[in-house]
Design a binder for this molecule. Structure first.
Ligand code: A2P
Length: 296
């Protein structure tokens, strides 16, 4: 089984469902990547800041799937922003990932308090794109206002904006902005992990336990996670569910044999609470600069 493809604004195709490895330990990551590729996943999303790019590269190699058949996405961390710094961060990433090119390279955070460095980092991504070192470029955690600010400085529209997006925070206005500008919406925490990660704050409601999702899941014979992934798929988003558990990695890819009705999609849309669970990307976030990305 293979995932349907989504077409980016430059014609490059991206498998709609990929494996996420946020919070996957280095030891677990290579196994998870190898398992996912053996099941049929062909898209892996990592980041310099996750500290597991090297293990992603190992998992790809161990799987035996040719590198050119895998859509590889990674992110530049904030402390590497700036033109020359970002070009160097690309060199660090390809060395760790053991590859010459990256399919999708994105800025991990908008860093509004350091926006000139963010813009310089994005311009470096555009150069890497022009030079054929990356097949597409984009951003993550940008709001509509921050996308507007970026557009004042560049003609290269991001191919993707990867943002927190699950039924409890589905960002309909941002999705409409993306549609109007040809930017693909990519969901992080697509099955709402951010609503139940241990240690991520009190008073959260796990979207996995939501009554509406549970009812739809029971009616379709699928799990709540599968229903959420199907919702993303039918609404044209890219989703990168994280798991290190082989059964759940397989379950999250077993979503191509059922269909949600229009009413079910509307019912899931109606679960939006409009409240972010992850960090506010418009805040100063100076502490992000304290994380430095090691050399390869
Ligand atoms: P695990 O790695 O042990 O499977 P998200 O990608 O939305 O942030 O969600 C990731 C979280 O959801 C992780 O805690 C992951 O744990 C868990 N998870 C992944 N797939 C499933 C699934 N199919 N059912 C339940 N929990 C899942």
């Amino acid at each position: 089984m293979s995932a349907p493809l989504l077409t980016l604004n430059n014609g490059v195709e991206l498998p709609a469902v990929g494996l996420g490895v946020f919070q996957s330990s280095a030891q677990e990551t290579a196994d998870a990547v190898e398992t996912a590729l053996s099941i049929g996943y062909r898209h892996i999303d990592t980041a310099a800041a996750y500290g597991n790019e090297r293990e992603v590269g190992q998992g790809i190699r161990r799987s035996g799937v040719p590198r050119e058949n895998v859509f590889l996405e990674t992110k530049i961390w904030a402390s590497d922003y700036g033109h020359d710094e970002t070009l160097h961060a690309f060199d660090k990433a390809i060395a760790k990932l053991d590859t010459d090119t990256i399919d999708l390279l994105i800025l991990h955070q908008p860093m509004p308090a350091y926006f000139s460095r963010t813009v310089a980092a994005y311009q470096a991504l555009a150069e890497l794109y022009e030079a054929g070192r990356v097949r597409a470029i984009g951003v993550s955690n940008f709001t509509e206002e921050l996308l507007d600010r970026l557009a004042e400085w560049t003609d290269t529209v991001p191919a993707v904006n990867q943002v927190e997006l699950h039924p409890y925070f589905s960002q309909p206005e941002l999705q409409a902005y993306h549609r109007a500008h040809g930017i693909l919406t990519q969901a992080w925490s697509p099955i709402g992990g951010i609503t139940f990660y241990p240690g991520w704050g009190e008073g959260r409601h796990s979207v996995m336990d939501d009554q509406t999702l549970q009812r739809i899941a029971a009616g379709t014979g699928k799990s709540a996670a599968q229903v959420m992934l199907r919702w993303h798929l039918q609404q044209g988003r890219s989703a990168i569910p994280k798991s290190t558990n082989p059964e759940r990695i397989a379950q999250n890819f077993d979503i191509f044999d059922f269909e949600l009705s229009a009413d079910q999609l509307v019912a899931i849309d109606a679960l939006d609470r409009g409240v972010r669970n992850g960090p506010d990307p418009t805040a100063d976030n100076a502490r992000y600069m304290e994380l430095t990305i090691p050399e390869a």
